[in-house]
Design a protein around this ligand. Sequence first.
Ligand code: HEC
Ligand code: HEC
Length: 335
Amino acid sequence: MDFFNNHIKLFGTALVFFVGLTIMVAILPAINNQQNNAPLPNAVELSEEAFLGKQSYIANGCVACHTQQVRNVDMDKVWGKRPGIAADYAGITRTSFWINTATLMGTERTGPDLTHVGSRQPSTAWNLLHLYQPRAVIDQSIMPAYPWLFEIKNNLEESDVEVIVPEEFRKNVSGKIVASKEVLNLITYLQSLKQTPLPDGKSTAAFLYKKQESPSPKDEQPSMLPDGQLLYATNCQACHQANGEGLKGAFPPLKGSAIVTGEDLELFVNIIMLGYDASPAYATMSAVGTDNNLTPEEVTAIINHEKTNWGNNAQPVTVEEVSKLIDFIKTTAKK
Ligand code: HEC
Ligand code: HEC
């Protein structure tokens, strides 16, 4: 047969099939995909600093322990307000001509998912200390420390951001610990990680596979407050610490704090819902209560936990009092 002996015909036919199939099974579907997929209308593009921070996130191997995907299963509810959708990743393009796309969705969750960490933990001071030495803020943390992202200087320049590290974690460092540009960029990237809200009127898919909860004896007493200690641990402890003593130079103690043990409940609730920046001796507290959608019952439970622990011995407050103050904050915020 001439066809099998003629290399031009043979090769040509194979080439036509190869190119045709490639177009059909790879290129056309990819184009189709591109056209069907766009970032959500109010998605924010990474700033230049955040983009450099993403490079550092990749270089330091953070993806080995942190995912960035909220699956639509109930156990992922804590990592975002809604399950992730394709549009969340549609804005991610090639890093450069030579470097392929890094989606950083991850497969290992040794640490928490970071999809929404920009809302959960927006504090620069906390992130700096945590990256310098995770154990300084979270006792049992198994996250590695990243001291090479910091510089040691004897004299501060004006633009320098100093990190106040508790003595026991300084490990004979003499001099001042200063955040490098790289770590500041990395934190800008972490702060930019927030789920984009869906356009108005679009409802989100529900989280699936909720665990059936058996009615506990607690349900019979509707006036029982949620567990204040647990809520404190999830919302406040990362900064103010389990023993309520805070960290010198970064987070003030709540043990013995005049605000915690005092009578001014309005100030206390405002601090939790709106954040606080009163003293140059400490970092800034973000609007933890609002960011974490704390309910009046939860805020009351936290306040009462703080008022009656670590030697604090003040009168507990009621949900009604706290509810009124939160309603007031919400109505004034809308205007
Ligand atoms: C060996 C695994 C591991 C690696 C690598 C790792 N982490 Fe972590 N990370 C953890 C664990 C475990 C926690 C939870 C305990 C803690 O907060 O320290 C955590 C917590 C965090 C948190 C707080 C999340 C929250 O919900 O409060 C942030 C932010 C974070 N890591 C960022 C990073 C960055 C940035 C890198 C890379 C420079 C990194 N991690 C590398 C394990 C890791
Ligand atoms: C990201 C770190 C961070 C988290 C999380 C945090 N705080 Fe704070 N908090 C601060 C900082 C920093 C200050 C000091 C601000 C200043 O004085 O400038 C502060 C101040 C306070 C004060 C005033 C204390 C005083 O005596 O001046 C109270 C009360 C307080 N926080 C309660 C809470 C409660 C309750 C929660 C949890 C719902 C919480 N904080 C979560 C960082 C944090």
